[in-house]
Design a protein around this ligand. Structure first.
Ligand SMILES: Cc1cc2nc3c(=O)[nH]c(=O)nc-3n(C[C@H](O)[C@H](O)[C@H](O)COP(=O)(O)OP(=O)(O)OC[C@H]3O[C@@H](n4cnc5c(N)ncnc54)[C@H](O)[C@@H]3O)c2cc1C
Length: 553
């Protein structure tokens, strides 16, 4: 943890060195002494300190300086560090100015030069002021800080990426805090270029891409080996299980994830039906444990890298990534899971990230504390989302298209929802429009039976209306059903015949596609279980088939 700063400013180099020396001598165990030789330079220093997340405990400033007086400096500096104690160094003749400054900048004290001996005329005064500051100071945050506005989709994307990769950060909202506006306007690009991400090493990323962010926070984004036995696409439960078992059984294994390990499961606030967790487990916790376990066995996990194409170049299988690089291996497991369906309602697109969210958007919950929100959807994911947001929101309204919540939701969740006093369920409810000026303000809901329409004033809408397989990368190479689910095993055969282009002297294995050595597991697979446990089972079971395949190449 960085020590709080004592900033001293004087244009006279001799006086500046003397005060710096005396401050260091007495306070260096608990504070860092920083000096500046003019008001302008000191303000620059103050802005840099803010960007680094440092705390400033004291300004000790000469009053009589050219260009900017001590008082003028303090007027600006306390906008940035309002809690810092303020002391002017004055000559006897400036006593009047110092008295005026008491009102103007809330001056705590003025010291007459010279301050000899410091043990009598300097240290006792400053100790007193610093103990006062210390009693009120909030501990400095020593980690990554993200500054922006809750209503900016780009700010949301950065927060969401960090949160889903379990990278701790502090969120600074420029709408709530003048210090944050000061921080942003002092940084390159100013207020117009949000979000900005400030790192403890003093560096800043302005409107970073997700890949830049991933690199900076130390996530792996590039492959380390030229060749792999097993390449896994997708870091949900199926892919993580495949990577974990592959690596643990000695295969050179790499997993490619476009966002963060965890997949849909990673967005679940509580998975209650996964074996071995009687009290439930958050998706984030399960993902963190699985990713750590897979890495411990030697699997590489690439984050923020999308697989955009897969190729067959016998005997190799290749994966082309979004940055143009490619991975080469013998076997490929595709486990891309599902992506959320888009809600067809007027006015939604411009409000995405500004009150309208697909999925649970767990990182946003605190933003909507004490506000009214709606959750759209009638399946388990919507129920879990509603239960989660009910801890923060004043009221959660679940909008279900069907006549009854129990049609698509597990009974344990329906019971929980009924017991929750701040959760209401509206059935036969169809969202037709979202309105708001820069942020969501209301949604229009039509009753499917009576045809009546009503306007609900809400701050956020979380949409969970189902999913579709994310299998676009299969192209024409891997066979899919009419809905886009990947066909494997017997389903990849046509009327009992092996698939066209099939070269192996056997039928496809259970989770093998129409291309030998390309497997599919989890939700994206035709006929899969659509549960965490099912995905984990399929991902791990695939590895034994991969071994059998590897014996033949
Ligand atoms: C909110 C919610 C709550 C749920 N709760 C439960 C529950 O309580 N119990 C239960 O059993 N099930 C639950 N489920 C269902 C469960 O999460 C899924 O069945 C499971 O996650 C499927 O795992 P998967 O690995 O097949 O796919 P996914 O979890 O969808 O993971 C696929 C991963 O692949 C990545 N990906 C996709 N395409 C690419 C690409 N081209 N390149 C790189 N990466 C790619 C995605 O980013 C994603 O991370 C829930 C689902 C949701 C959405």
């Amino acid at each position: 943890m960085n020590k709080p700063v004592l900033l001293t400013v004087d244009d006279d180099p001799e006086v500046l060195n003397a005060i710096e020396r005396d401050l260091r001598h007495h306070f260096r165990a608990d504070y860092r002494v920083v000096k500046a030789s003019s008001g302008t330079q000191a303000l620059e220093t103050v802005r840099q300190l803010l960007q680094r997340g440092a705390q400033v405990a004291l300004f000790l400033v000469d009053e009589r300086m050219p260009h900017m007086t001590g008082t003028q400096f303090l007027v600006e500096a306390i906008k940035i560090y309002p809690e810092a104690r303020r002391v002017l160094l004055t000559a006897y003749a400036d006593t009047e100015t110092a008295i005026v400054a008491i009102n103007q900048v809330g001056l705590d004290h003025y010291l007459l030069k010279p301050w000899e001996p410091p043990t009598v005329r300097l240290y006792p005064v400053l100790e007193d002021l610093l103990s006062e500051w210390f009693a009120r100071a909030r501990p400095a945050f020593d980690g990554i800080r993200v500054a922006g506005t809750a209503l900016s989709p780009a700010s949301f994307a950065v927060k969401d990426f960090l949160a889903s990769n379990q990278v701790p950060y502090q969120w600074l909202d420029m709408e709530d805090d003048a210090t944050v506006r000061e921080l942003l306007s002092g940084a390159s690009g100013g207020l117009a270029r949000i979000p900005m991400v400030f790192f403890p090493d003093g560096t800043t990323l302005v409107q970073p891409s997700i890949r830049e962010l991933a690199d900076k926070v130390g996530l792996q984004t590039r492959a380390q080996k030229p060749f792999y036995d097993l390449i896994v696409v997708g870091g949900g439960p199926a892919g993580l299980a495949g990577a974990l078992y592959g690596a643990s059984e000695g295969l050179r294994t790499i997993l490619v994830e476009q966002s963060a390990p965890g997949g849909q499961a990673g967005t679940s606030s509580n998975i209650e039906n996964y074996l071995g967790f009687p009290g439930g487990v958050t998706g984030a916790d399960l993902a963190r444990r699985a990713a750590t376990q897979a890495k411990r066995f030697g699997a590489e996990i690439l984050a923020a890298q999308e697989a955009v194409e897969i190729r067959r170049e016998d005997p190799y299988r290749k994966v082309i990534l979004s940055d143009g690089s490619e991975l080469t291996g013998y076997a490929l497991l595709i486990a891309p899971g599902m992506e959320v369906r888009r809600l067809e309602a007027h006015g939604i697109e411009p409000l995405l990230g500004a009150g309208v969210f697909y999925g649970a958007a767990l990182s946003e919950a605190a933003t909507y504390r004490g506000r009214d929100v709606v959750v759209v959807g009638g399946a388990n994911s919507a129920g879990q989302g509603a239960m989660f947001f009910s801890r923060y929101a004043r009221k959660v309204t679940i909008l279900v298209r069907g006549p009854d919540l129990s049609a698509g939701m597990s009974s344990y969740l329906v019971d929980r929802i009924r017991e929750e006093p701040n959760v209401e369920v509206l059935v036969n409810a169809r969202v037709v429009a979202a309105r708001g000026d820069g942020r969501l303000e209301s949604v229009t809901v039509v009753d499917g039976v009576s045809g009546e329409s009503r306007e609900l004033a809400v701050a956020a809408m979380f949409i969970f209306i189902g999913t579709a397989p994310r299998t676009g990368l299969c192209g024409d190479l891997v066979m899919r059903d009419s809905q886009g689910f990947v066909l494997t095993g017997r389903d990849a055969m046509t009327d009992g015949h092996r698939p066209a282009g099939w070269t192996a002297p056997r039928d496809p294995y259970l989770f093998e596609t129409n291309v030998p050595g390309i497997f599919c597991a989890g939700d994206a697979r035709h006929g899969s279980g659509k549960r965490v446990a099912a995905a984990v089972g399929e991902g791990s079971a695939t590895v034994s088939m991969v071994h059998q395949y590897l014996h033949t190449v």
